[in-house]
Design a protein around this ligand. Structure first.
Ligand code: SF4
Ligand code: SF4
Length: 555
């Protein structure tokens, strides 16, 4: 006997599609994401040694709080923020400080910087922790920002701007929308995709905290349409939350650039040289949101992150949860990379990343991807040809710049003209270089021009400072001279008035007489000494005419 028929379960209604705006330009390069995105994230092995640069963020380098030989616990602050735009650094594991010195760091300049080296004791022992948990809601936004600051949290999308500053719009600004950047538009990188799939509730909890700090009305979570699993996971995580929405956005590079994303979601343009706060919007990365959650609910500072290890030289590409300071060599080994065939190692993606000089550099807070490209699989470098003025670069530019004009002026070293063409609005996305049929390395020219302008600016500032110092020294000397003169006059005026002219003349005569006596005594003393020194010439030394051999010497 058959029972009552099961009610037909209809799929849930898809949420209504919000209105989106299209930014101009953009490109669609091969994304190459599945090679790493299909694997679950694993925790990287605990390294024997961690190298922690004190400058892993935008702003001033942190100040060391430890010395060589100190024992430290996991999560202990080992360098404090130095000024408003700065971030502290924490020990990623327990162990001993073995060095505080300059080491090469991952930076486009290839230069070295001060680092703290921690040798692990293998125990991975935490310092005492006191999580705030749900009590964060009772805190004033400023107190909450301070907790986030002390946790060393910076933007994990690649820029490294201290997060607590982003969460501080100022008294006069109202933030309407908190935008969460889960776009991850750059080829090869998949760490945010995996984080959204694996830890969606961490991200949402972090967003609730960030929204409280900003007092923002709504929260929009933007994810590119090519990440359906992440979209689904985040939609489930926001169920029941008011004013939270997941917004799938078109797959188009550089959709993840904050200003492009704001335009897509709100139709608003952030002013040139302006901040998104000015139009009531703040953007944070999904990794940053998860880090905020760990700081508040687990009292864990930023000591680890998701990093994609991928590329043609990597046999087992994947995402690893990595301790900050881990040497890249260890991660490449764990992902079976062939170091003997390593042609290029890039931190970040192929469009906006930069080449690293060594595999012994450490992972830092902004290392979202390590792209290892095999020498044997690299296509031959294309031949660079002259510009044919086709305009393709202009059509691809998402900032509406004139890339070919900036290129001409940068090449001619006419940096003033490059600025007239808004060089500093260029986000170095690489779309223009990507489409250029002449294979011109356009972005390299823009970076070069920016570097030259910054150098000239610094020189000008130095010269201005030297001139100001010279002028203030001259002013001080003049002032001292005037004061001396005033003191002399005051002294003269203070002489007893009843002395009269005769009295003053008598005083002068007395002084003159004393001086004459001193001079006379000195002359007598000189004469005495000369007399004692002059030898009596021997009779044989005299010539027949009475003159002596040294008589014509000048003395
Ligand atoms: S795309 Fe290349 S060749 Fe074409 S105008 Fe731009 S710089 Fe010149
Ligand atoms: S690199 Fe600069 S000039 Fe080129 S497309 Fe991007 S923003 Fe435009």
């Amino acid at each position: 006997m058959s029972g009552p028929a099961d009610p037909i379960r209809l799929p849930p209604e898809p949420p209504p599609k919000p209105r989106l705006w299209r930014f101009s330009g953009g490109v669609s390069p091969p994304y190459n994401k599945t090679m790493s995105s299909v694997h679950e994230t694993t925790v990287a092995r605990l390294p024997a040694r961690l190298i922690l640069p004190l400058h892993q963020h935008i702003g001033e380098a942190a100040d060391p709080l430890v010395k060589v030989g100190d024992q430290v616990l996991k999560g202990q602050q080992i360098a404090r923020a130095n000024g408003y735009v700065s971030a502290p650094v924490h020990a990623p594991t327990s162990g001993r400080i073995t060095s505080i010195a300059e080491y090469p760091i991952p930076h486009p300049s290839g230069l070295s910087a001060l680092c703290i080296v921690v040798d692990s004791d293998g125990r991975d022992q935490w310092r005492e922790r006191a999580p705030l948990g749900d009590q964060f809601a009772a805190l004033e936004p400023s107190a909450l920002r301070n907790v986030i600051r002390e946790a060393g949290i910076v933007g994990l999308g690649g820029a490294g701007f201290p997060t607590y500053i982003k969460l501080n719009p100022g008294h006069d600004k109202v933030i309407d929308t908190l935008v969460v950047n889960g776009v991850e538009c750059e080829p090869y990188i998949t760490c945010d995709d995996r984080l959204m799939r694996e830890r969606p509730s961490d991200i949402i909890q972090g967003l609730i905290i960030a929204r409280h700090a900003l007092q923002a009305r709504q929260c929009l979570i933007a994810i590119e349409e090519n990440k359906p699993e992440a979209i689904e996971a985040m939609r489930r995580a926001i169920e029941g939350l008011e004013n939270f929405a997941v917004v799938p956005v078109p797959t188009l590079y550089p959709q993840g650039d904050a200003k492009r994303l704001i335009k897509t979601l709100t139709g608003k343009e952030v002013p040139s040289n302006g901040l998104s706060m000015q139009i009531g919007v703040v953007v944070v990365n999904v990794g940053t949101a998860a880090a905020i959650y760990r700081a508040i609910y687990h009292d864990e500072p930023l000591i680890s992150r998701y990093t994609t290890i991928t590329g043609t030289a990597v046999a087992a590409p994947r995402n690893l949860e990595v301790l900050i300071g881990t040497p890249i060599r260890e991660l490449l080994e764990q992902c079976a990379a062939d170091s003997s065939d390593l042609g290029e190692l890039i931190m970040g993606g192929p469009m906006m990343g930069f080449a690293l000089q060594s595999i012994d550099l450490p992972v830092i807070k902004t290392t979202n991807c390590l792209l290892a490209l095999a020498r044997s699989k690299q296509p031959p470098a294309p031949t660079v040809m002259p510009c044919i003025r086709c305009g393709a670069c202009m059509d691809a530019c998402p900032v509406n710049l004139m890339p070919q004009q900036m290129y001409w002026h940068a090449k001619a070293k006419d940096f003033e003209k490059t600025q007239e063409y808004n060089l500093f609005d260029c986000i170095e996305c690489g779309c223009c270089s990507y489409v250029c049929p002449s294979h011109l390395p356009l972005v390299q020219y823009y970076r070069y021009a920016k570097g030259e302008i910054w150098t000239a600016e610094r020189e000008r500032e130095k010269a201005d400072l030297a001139r100001t110092r010279h002028e203030s020294r001259q002013a001080r000397l003049e002032r001292e001279k005037a004061e001396k003169e005033a003191r002399r006059k005051a002294k003269q005026a203070a002489m007893p008035q009843d002395m009269g002219q005769q009295g003053r003349e008598a005083k002068q005569a007395e002084i003159q007489a004393a001086m004459d006596r001193a001079r006379q005594r000195r002359d007598e003393a000189i004469a005495r000494v000369q007399h004692q020194r002059e030898p009596t010439p021997p009779a044989s030394a005299a010539a027949p005419d009475g003159s002596r051999p040294d008589d014509d010497h000048q003395t």
